[in-house]
Design a protein around this ligand. Sequence first.
Ligand code: GLN
Length: 485
Amino acid sequence: MNLLRLTAIQALELMRSGELSAAELTGAYLDQIGRRDVDVCAYLRVTDEQARREAAAADEAGGGFPDLSGLPTAVKDVLCTKGVVTTCASRMLENYNPVYTATCVEKIAAAGMVMLGKTNMDEFAMGSSTENSAFGPTRNPWDLERVPGGSSGGSAAAVAAGEAVWALGSDTGGSIRQPAAFCGVVGLKPTYGSVSRYGLVAFASSFDQVGPLTRDVKDAALMMQYLVGKDPCDTTSVAYPEAISIPEDRDLSGLRIGIVGELVGEGIDPGVLEVFNDAVARLEAAGAEVGEASLPHSEFALPAYYILAPAEASANLARFDGVRYGLRAGGMRGVTEMYEETRSQGFGDEVKRRIMLGTYALSSGYYEAYYGQAQKVRTLIVRDFEKALADFDLLISPTAPTTAFRLGEKTGDPLTMYLSDICTIPVNLAGLPGISIPAGLSEGLPVGLQIIGGPLSENSLLQAARGAELAIGFNEVPPLVKERD
Ligand code: GLN
């Protein structure tokens, strides 16, 4: 049996029946990390000793262990973990040791998960390829010359490469779904507010959400059972109105699905469209009623996002000034010098670009023209979704306009890089849940199908995604997992 292919639910069943020990499972994953992560670079830090200790404790506790006991889990390095350095892939936080753990991590840890380590990402989650990491890029397990997507590229690559059963990521404009698509795994961005952001280092607070990256849809539902809920430490979190259930193995009959017309035309690679159209045919064959939906303002989503997110980032990142957190540079020459030197040395180019964009958009005299206008666009996009979701139960599109691109291909041109998120960003502007599931391969590289639901509709979204997953029947793994069969 290839332990590197197991879903979390399969692994739990094997551990409960006594066929597999937590130590064995964690050992297999640490072994794969040891063999393969020199090439993939999914992890910034592997907490192997702690992981082995936790796995042994799970075995010792035996049948009485909590529900996620022994599951080898990867955690994006944007989530604070007490006692384990949390860098956000930035020089600024290179040695930052948080004094508390993010609520989402704490919840799955309390349920018994084993943390394998912290995963690589674009610095402060700004990027679409994980090339903006100050510690070097992660590589796509399907083709090591290509990017894994971003910003949760380390988490997606770890799940795809057999270096974690599942992982936590964060999504501000697509950072869970786009890397999930590029790496051939499942990624869910929950409804804004359903998962606590406490301990998630803030990028754009009105967009950021934590969510799972998994091998199948049922695992995403399983992790969500633990993630959702109101947290007194995050005032934007909500009490989830119902329990998250594990989806059943059902077809799609009775579902009305709308293809977002604006996201299947210009700018989308023909190879991606081919796989997408094939997936649509399978959804129809599985009983879904498919029609065309429209989000008329979606062409303005990207420009609005690149005003609003940097504006929020410029405020959020003001705290990194050499006084309280992480890096301090500039010697004793004076406070202004300290701010300048710390921020010049601590932040990478993309982060500086966002801070400048955001500061400009918020500056006196320009505020209305940029920030104010972008907020209005955001409202129009919310309304577009409301209208479309009145006619359809769910909306679909490709998750990303291309498959994984080559390392270095887009680093010279921020605008082309930003375009990687044209299909995912509208969903964040509206605060809706969206999931990416593997739809097939195009020239050997995974293509993602994005499914979007109404606010707090995770249960029906996950059920539909499970139906779609069964209809599509994607069962491929990258070579470096297959070789362990
Ligand atoms: N790629 C987008 C950006 O750079 C989204 C990032 C994210 O979701 N964290 O802003």
